[in-house]
Design a protein around this ligand. Structure first.
Ligand code: GTP
Ligand code: MG
Length: 335
């Protein structure tokens, strides 16, 4: 136990696994919350039909990818022909209908990369984002859900990491830290990199599912029922994995050189992607490749200041897990 540098020195994290599993269980949405979500989706569908009768409604994000906690919002994508109108015009009209139907805080956010209508449901208290024809998000939702079915340790790790990130204030992409989606990709990649591997790389296998969205091909092996027990050769407990995750991002990841890639199940060089930092160019300080939109860096929101906030939080987390008397509580203390 005394080998290696202090950062490498490890206590037995297995002892904390039951505590972390209890936190994980408490974060999972209850049956009641799920049925409230379904009711919200039903009443939303009624309103949408008035304005856009031919639209097909898809759920995406954490209400559909199985990484949703009891605090998660509901993300909805409408698949429809917009004709001569722009998606923004449709959303603005939809916002009026939703207001008239009693939804609260209805707001069309049209300046974002993906324009949305945001609102809340007074009955359930849930908030909800609606976008149009963002089918890549529907495809990556499906990919994440399939990864989650292979090994339960992914769900456990990602729930705990998302909860940590929310509590510590590093889950706000609009303020320069990372989105929940980015954290889940980091967890998947981390489990792909374990030895023996806990997760496979579904996009490197013979595709059994293919969807082409605006010329971008989304293809991967989706018969994950055939992959049950894939990670069984690796016995690491959630305690050990959680520590390993923070240790990786605090001390092992090579920020200046590498990009993490769920698509390839490994890390690749920034140089290979042309994501080297240039003055005036896009910032690529912490690089997380989107599995389908490979030109899209989920870390592009991170700047010179927020990268240190994130890295210091990663270091704090690793230290708490190593030294604190009650890591299952201290890890999630609000900042
Ligand atoms: P919570 O709502 O925090 O539980 O997580 P979430 O999984 O719903 O994640 P988030 O709200 O960050 O993103 C919703 C979905 O948008 C993701 O699951 C992706 O499918 C999709 N998405 C695609 N590109 C991006 C991106 O650049 N940023 C974010 N935030 N989401 C993206
Ligand atoms: Mg969401």
């Amino acid at each position: 136990r005394t080998r290696g540098s202090p950062a490498e020195r490890r206590r037995d994290m297995d002892a904390f696994a039951p505590g972390f599993l209890a936190v994980y269980e408490s974060l999972k949405p209850s049956g009641e919350q799920r049925s409230k979500q379904e009711q919200l989706v039903d009443s939303l569908a009624r309103s949408v039909r008035k304005e856009c009768p031919h639209a097909q409604m898809h759920l995406y994000g954490s209400c559909a990818n199985s990484f949703g906690t009891s605090h998660s919002d509901v993300d909805v994508c409408l698949e429809m022909e917009t004709g001569a109108e722009s998606a923004v015009e449709v959303l603005v009209r939809l916002a009026d209908v939703l207001r008239a139907d009693g939804f609260e805080n209805v707001e069309a956010i049209t300046g974002a990369r993906v324009p949305i209508v945001r609102m809340s449901d007074p009955g359930s208290g849930f908030s909800c984002d609606i976008c149009i024809n963002n089918l890549l998000a529907v495809a990556n939702t499906r990919l994440l859900k399939d990864y989650a079915r292979i090994d339960e340790r992914l769900l456990q790790l990602a729930f705990l990491v998302k909860h940590w990130a929310k509590q510590r204030g590093v889950n706000e992409a609009y303020r320069g830290t990372l989105s929940s989606y980015a954290y889940v990709l980091m967890c998947i990649n981390f489990l792909q990199l374990r030895e023996p591997r806990i997760l496979p790389c579904l996009q490197a296998m013979e595709p059994t599912y293919t969807l082409t969205v605006d010329g971008t091909e989304c293809a991967y092996f989706d018969r994950v029922d055939q992959l049950q027990g894939f990670g069984a050769g690796n016995k690491a407990s959630i305690g050990e994995l959680l520590w390993g995750f923070f240790h990786y991002w605090a001390s092992q990841h090579r920020y200046k050189r590498d990009v993490i890639s769920v698509r390839l199940g490994k890390t690749i060089r920034k140089q290979e992607k042309g994501w080297t930092t240039r003055v005036g160019g896009d910032r690529h300080l912490m690089c997380i490749e989107d599995p389908f939109e490979t030109g899209h860096d989920l870390g592009r929101v991170v700047d010179r200041q927020t990268i240190w906030i994130i890295r210091e939080e990663m270091e704090r987390a690793a230290t708490v897990l190593q030294n604190d008397d009650d890591p299952c509580a201290t890890l999630f203390e609000p900042y």
